[in-house]
Unconditional design. Sequence first.
Length: 315
Amino acid sequence: MFINITDSKTADNKGSAGGLVNYLEKENRLDNAEHEYWFNQTDNRFAAYEVRQKIDSNVAKLGRNDAKFFLINISPSQKELNHLLAEHNREQVKELLKDYAVLVMDEYAHNFNRPNIKDSNDLIWFAKLENHRYYSYDDKEVKQGFKKRGERKPGEQMHIQIIVSRKDASNTVKLSPMNNSRGRNVEHSKKMGEFDRVAFKQCGEHIFDQHFKFDRDLHDTMAYANVIKNGSLEQRRQMDILSAGEYFAPNKDQVKELAEGIAKQQYATPQKMMASTGTTIGKFLDVLLEQTPIAAAPHPDRPKKKKKKGQGYSY
């Protein structure tokens, strides 16, 4: 599950939302396209002009250079979409994803840790389900000449784009998901609210797994991807050990919990990571750590190379 909040430094979100709303209407302008309405927690048939008017009017006391709204992208993976499509038809999956988006926005509101911002009802937001993705100029397939800009990408590509107002539903409280205090700066948090983007995205993954009974492998988790891409040498070492023991673990949820702990740098060493569990997987990984590297056994189907004079057989 890929969930991203567009940074205000790169997004054109300091003026009207009209340009973004118009862009997200692109599929509705295609020939023979089924019209997709905007939706939120209260209704699923908002027109584009209603979205623009509501977002643009909810800007009390925001300055000229202040962000007026943010864009949230919710993109299920091919594996996640196929999991849903295995039991539901496409129209049913669309409705399921819309319901999921409401749950994600409940978590978005809750993540600010403000007493009057409890769920999606306390926000001004509108979402649009898109059925396809299209190649852009910076895709490697376009750069290499294999695809043309604007050409539709293959496979299941359903995803949801959400425009959420900077101000809450009462138009009195400023809320910024770009705030990095996470509660450490008390005065700043009182003014802007707390927001932990990593925790928010992690919750989106958890909600999907629980809501749709998706059995996520360690390698498909956000924690694993973040550590492999951005983690320290020690974090990657711990994740490699955890990955080696994943399929021997009696409890996959515990494996994912450990992975999130690794991503948060909770364990100084692999031994401390395993000591935090006291379970069978910990014992297995202790054995794994104690093992010295051994030469790989020859594959039974791999042909032997002819022995040269003075040498043993090699594979």
